[in-house]
Design a binder for this molecule. Structure first.
Ligand SMILES: [Ca+2]
Length: 178
């Protein structure tokens, strides 16, 4: 017999949302040279030093972009972009974070969560996406002759239908189909 059951969750403020982008499939509009693969932006290595080549890097082109496939539709709470730190930090200016399920125009026309409009002196930029839903996260630079380089992109998200153990919804209930 199948039925819906619910289980109320114990409040656990210590458990943060997971970075669901880690080691997921990625692609970018071009790759400047072999060490700078799109996957370097989800390899978990956040030190933006060129010697470690822990970042992705497109060729200089018009409208460069990068995308991660989360392999399922998630509710996105926040996206963090960690910029390269050894040089060229201004290259990140103007990038847009796009979230959705469409691959029209490579996913770059999905709804926008955020844009980096100014350099704030840190390599880390976090955008709150208010549970926007989508399978694809694009980082899109809508400008001519630009290089897109990303040290790390982290996506903090949960699967729809599964309650989140975060401080905001302590005491909510989890529904299971058994
Ligand atoms: Ca990295």
């Amino acid at each position: 017999i199948k039925c819906w059951v619910s289980r109320c969750l114990r409040c656990d403020k210590r458990k943060p949302l997971q970075n669901v982008a880690l080691k997921k499939p990625t692609v970018q509009s071009s790759t400047s040279s072999p060490p700078f693969l799109s996957s370097k932006a989800v390899d978990g290595y956040k030190n933006g030093n060129i010697r470690g080549a822990g970042f992705s890097h497109t060729k200089e082109e018009t409208n460069p972009w990068w995308r991660v496939d989360l392999l399922a539709v998630y509710k996105v709470n926040a996206v963090t972009i960690i910029n390269r730190q050894d040089c060229c930090s201004e290259r990140i200016l103007g990038v847009e974070i796009r979230i959705g399920d469409s691959l029209d125009q490579s996913g770059n026309q999905n709804p926008r969560c955020g844009i980096i409009e100014s350099l704030d002196g840190t390599p880390t930029y976090t955008f709150h996406c208010n549970e926007m839903e989508g399978r694809y996260i694009n980082v899109f630079m809508p400008a001519p002759l630009r290089v897109l380089t990303l040290c790390e992109v982290e996506v903090f998200a949960s699967l729809p239908g599964i309650a989140v153990l975060s401080s905001g919804i302590c005491g909510s209930c989890l529904f299971l189909f058994v």
